[in-house]
Design a protein around this ligand. Structure first.
Ligand code: FAD
Ligand code: NAP
Length: 284
């Protein structure tokens, strides 16, 4: 399989250091997309098994103000790489006053991060009943778990059609997703599973809300107005055929969840698979 990572710009120039901290992994590449978004890849713990779509806790060491001792500062991060990848990829926000990302945004190849190897999450194939079409609905960094699932062959083996919608405020915020789709379409093995032209299984629907682009509007409004179905030339969502995964900001998650429920889809879980699943892209 060819390299699927969009993270190629600052490939490791320094040789990766051997991890020394507990649960430490070494950064192998970093790519900045905008002043608020970047992606990075790290070494993968030999023992780490995960299901595409799951998240882990990762972070950096920090000094405890009271005790003066070093301790880890960890946050939840969706694994953006697929389960077969030999490295792990993450797609991150940069919050300028954020305790973690104000520092994490400065990592470079050769640096170490802390990664707790205990993957969990609901955006997994196991939480959905079999269906014909699979929708991935994302806003902002909520695309990260889908970057994993979209590079997993099981996604194309289990479904006849896969639709990724990604809504961001600005055009530059769509770049990671656009690159991801280009890389998937040009990957030999995945391209064969996806097919070409009219028969292509993968449909990509990027939209912006605050900067002019080819398609503007919130995905919720575009679904209600019927634009999504018309633009893609597909039938409306039905509980008999459609399965969905949602990952974005809280208001988006709640609005879309209510819309899907109204269409007759029910929320599933690992222990009780149904028609759709949802996870927050961050805590508001
Ligand atoms: C299940 C889960 C999975 C997550 N996966 C990712 C991921 O793959 N990539 C990622 O960048 N973040 C992800 N997050 C958010 C992440 O855990 C941190 O909040 C983020 O890294 C910022 O950390 P911080 O310490 O700098 O700021 P925090 O104190 O954690 O956050 C400060 C504020 O920044 C905003 N914010 C935080 N994260 C985001 C975001 N991703 N997009 C937009 N605004 C945000 C919120 O308003 C938040 O209140 C996830 C969160 C959850 C709950
Ligand atoms: N993106 C930026 O340029 C920027 C800059 C500085 C600070 N921030 C702050 O960072 C935080 C996260 O910003 P973000 O842009 O990454 O993510 P966000 O605010 O979660 O927005 C991402 C996308 O989701 C859309 N959206 C919001 N609510 C929705 C709903 N109910 N239904 C459907 N779509 C919905 C937004 O559309 P709308 O545009 O219509 O809301 C936007 O296109 C926010 O607190 C923000 O104030 C963002």
């Amino acid at each position: 399989m060819t390299e699927l990572s969009p993270v190629t710009q600052t490939q490791a120039q320094k040789a990766p250091k051997a991890p020394t901290l507990p649960d430490a992994q070494t950064v192998t590449s970093v790519k900045h997309y905008t002043d608020r978004l970047f992606a990075f890849r790290v070494t993968r713990p030999a023992s780490l098994r995960f299901r595409s779509g799951e998240f882990v806790m990762l972070g950096l060491m920090q000094t405890d103000e009271k005790t003066g001792k070093e301790k880890p500062l960890l946050r939840a991060y969706s694994i953006a790489s697929p389960s077969w990848d030999e490295e792990l990829e993450f797609y991150s926000i940069k919050v300028q006053d954020g305790p973690l990302t104000s520092r994490l945004q400065h990592i470079e190849p050769g640096d170490q991060i802390i990664l707790r190897p205990k993957p969990v999450g609901t955006l997994v194939h196991d939480a959905l009943l079999p269906g014909k079409r699979l929708w991935f609905f994302a806003t902002g960094t909520g695309i990260a778990p889908f970057a994993s699932l979209l590079r997993d062959p099981q996604t194309y083996e289990d479904y006849e059609e896969i639709i990724l919608t990604h809504t961001c405020r600005e055009v530059g915020e769509l770049d990671y997703g656009r690159e991801l789709i280009e890389n998937i379409r040009s990957d030999e093995m995945l391209a064969e599973l996806i097919g070409e032209g009219f028969h292509e299984k993968l449909k990509y629907y990027p939209t912006t809300t605050r900067e002019e682009s080819a398609k503007m509007g919130r995905i919720t409004d575009l679904l209600r107005a019927g634009d999504v179905y018309g633009d893609l030339g597909i039938e409306p969502i039905r509980p008999e055929t459609d399965r969905a995964m949602i990952c974005g900001n809280l208001a988006f998650n709640l609005e879309l969840k209510a819309m899907l429920e109204e269409m007759g889809l029910e929320e599933g879980a690992n222990s009780d698979p149904k028609q759709y699943v949802v996870e927050k892209a961050f805590l508001d």
